[in-house]
Design a protein around this ligand. Structure first.
Ligand SMILES: [Zn+2]
Length: 572
């Protein structure tokens, strides 16, 4: 999934605190508080086993070969991928990771395809009909033949956010059960009282996006409030992409089959265009810009529009039994071996279409290769670390982080005893770098561990170039974070050793524009995995030291996932 952004903003963010990644008050990392790793029994990184680039390349070539058909869940490509990874886990000495004695966690998926349907707004006998795809994109997560809204009152709820750590509640106790919520995308843009024209870094991470800004959050909070539907108003700037991207969601969408068949979700989720939202608000005697301004303040209250919404979606359903692959290395300390450090990578990609096979070599055959080779490095230690390790190759990341979501809600081992997740999604294939990127840098103690490991290699770490785009929320580690488990989202560096300064920018642009999520994501003869091996050794050191430490890593104060972790740990 991970798409590397341009470096245009990199120098700007690297100059100061390198982007909080949306975690409120954070330390700057470098020169920050004393790292927890200093309390761990520390083996210098030079004495730890290294990562073998030949093996990395060999696994990547197999998983991204034509024979694996682009690794789409539910296809022959899944069978081959799952078998290959399971075999490799066995070869490097991992035990079955599931308590049923297997290397497999079954993941039930459903594909839901809604038939095109209009969304109708009615007020005082006047109707506005929004045309499918042109004006409205909608779907349901309910595993059911149909989902509908009938004369459901529309309420504008601003950004739709409830964020106790920022003393922010857009609902103000107003009952929205059975209502249709209209919301704005991204975080409320709160001005910095001391710096006119800038966003307040203490509220919703300033320019960085927090999870409250992600579209997925908007539907989740709507469900928690008992709403019947939620529609987000599409604006290209705050969304970060055009309506054409939203229109890509009109086909089949995958989801997990939960015990309640997702009936806890709102009936209908969707987006409407800015123009149609403005017209709707105007017909209700409201002005979009005025409402948007009010929505950026703590005093905002929901605005009932006196308009009713009606829509019916008829679905085509199909179910797929997909699989996560999981291997385990038992810890050596009787008191700590039931605690787990998890490494994740996704084995799935997009399969094949009329355009060709989506090989997914960087995304994320290489991550699975990394998973296998980091496991091998652990198996080569003279003795296992004190805590246990779990190596989890998840399914359906490209379909919305579904395999990792399933693990995070149906964990094999308790999350309260899951110490950390370290994710590996897409990697640098262009050689050694002076740096390592930590997406959402400053989120947890894990960033300090990574900073220290990189420093021992003579390298620096920094945040991602575009924290305003919320990349931290776009790969599998996020499902661990969302449940409260500290999670690390590393990415390759951008300053290549022995290459001109602009080289990093060039290779990223080339990736984003020409190869990312296309059939051209393949292994090429110029691949140089020496940088990846160095990055992975740092991540190996992070996992090893966390597994050895007397204390568990924690979220930094002010982080949006900290309260959940603290509550979870209280029960242990
Ligand atoms: Zn991807």
């Amino acid at each position: 999934m991970k798409r590397r952004g341009s470096l245009a903003l990199f120098l700007l963010f690297a100059a100061g605190c390198s982007g909080s990644g949306g975690f409120g008050a954070v330390s700057c990392g470098i020169g920050g508080p004393t790292p927890p790793s200093q309390t761990a029994a520390q083996v210098p990184i030079g004495q730890l086993p290294s990562i073998d680039t030949t093996q990395l390349l060999a696994h990547t070539k197999v998983l991204s070969s034509d024979q694996f058909e682009g690794r789409l869940p539910g296809t022959r490509g899944e069978q081959l991928s799952v078998t290959y990874i399971e075999d490799q886990f066995k070869k490097v000495g991992l035990k079955p990771g599931n308590t049923d004695g297997s290397y497999i966690q079954k993941v039930p998926l459903v594909g839901i395809t809604p038939a095109p349907a209009p969304l109708v707004f009615a007020k005082d006998g006047q109707r506005q009909t929004l045309k499918w795809k042109d004006d409205v994109v909608a779907w349901t997560k309910h595993v059911a033949d149909s989902a509908s809204l009938k004369d459901s009152e529309v309420v504008f709820v601003g950004y739709g956010v409830v964020a106790p750590e920022f003393n922010w509640d857009d609902y103000k106790g107003v009952d929205v059960k059975g209502k249709t919520l209209l919301m704005l995308v991204n975080d409320p843009p709160v001005a910095d009282p001391s710096k006119p024209g800038e966003l307040d870094p203490q509220t919703f991470g300033g320019a960085a996006m927090t999870y409250y800004g992600r579209w997925t959050y908007k539907y989740e909070i709507a469900a928690q409030k008992g709403a019947a539907a939620a529609f987000i108003v599409h604006e290209t700037g705050p969304a970060g992409y055009g309506f054409n991207v939203v229109q890509g969601k009109t086909g089949e969408q995958f989801d997990l089959v939960t015990p309640d068949k997702n009936i806890g979700r709102v009936n209908i989720e969707g987006w409407i265009t800015l123009d149609r939202a403005k017209a709707l608000l105007q017909s209700a005697g409201q002005d979009f810009d005025a409402l948007k301004t009010r929505a950026a303040t703590r005093d905002f209250k929901p605005v009932p529009l006196g308009v009713d919404a009606t829509m019916t979606l008829h679905n085509t359903l199909r179910t797929i039994d997909s699989r996560n692959v999981v291997g385990r290395l038992d810890g050596s300390d009787p008191n700590l071996k039931d605690e787990y450090v998890v490494y994740t990578a996704h084995w799935d990609h997009f399969g094949k279409t009329a355009d060709g096979i989506f090989h997914g070599a960087e995304d994320d055959a290489l991550g699975c290769a990394a998973l296998i080779e980091v496991a091998r490095a652990f198996s080569r230690l003279p003795a296992p670390p004190r805590r246990s390790l779990l190596f989890l190759a998840v399914t359906a990341e490209e379909q919305g982080l579904l395999g990792s979501q399933y693990y995070s809600v149906m964990p094999i081992y308790p999350l309260a005893k899951t110490v950390a997740d370290i994710n590996m999604d897409s990697w640098n294939v262009h050689g050694r770098t002076k740096d390592l990127t930590l997406v959402g840098y400053g989120a947890s103690d894990l960033d300090d561990y990574a900073r220290d490991a990189a420093a021992e290699q003579g390298r620096i770490v920094h945040g991602d170039a575009e924290p305003e785009k919320g990349f931290y929320y776009r790969s599998d580690h996020f499902n661990f974070a969302k449940q409260g488990v500290p999670a690390l989202d590393p990415d390759g560096g951008v300053e290549y050793i022995g290459k001109p300064k602009e080289y990093g920018q060039q290779v990223r642009d080339e990736w984003t524009e020409h190869r990312y999520h296309t059939p051209k994501d393949v292994v090429t003869p110029d691949w140089d995995l020496t940088g990846t091996a160095e990055d992975l050794k740092a991540l190996f050191a992070v996992g090893y030291r966390v597994a050895q430490s007397d204390r568990m890593p924690e979220w930094k104060p002010g982080n949006e996932f900290k309260a959940k972790r603290d509550a979870m740990r209280k029960g242990t």
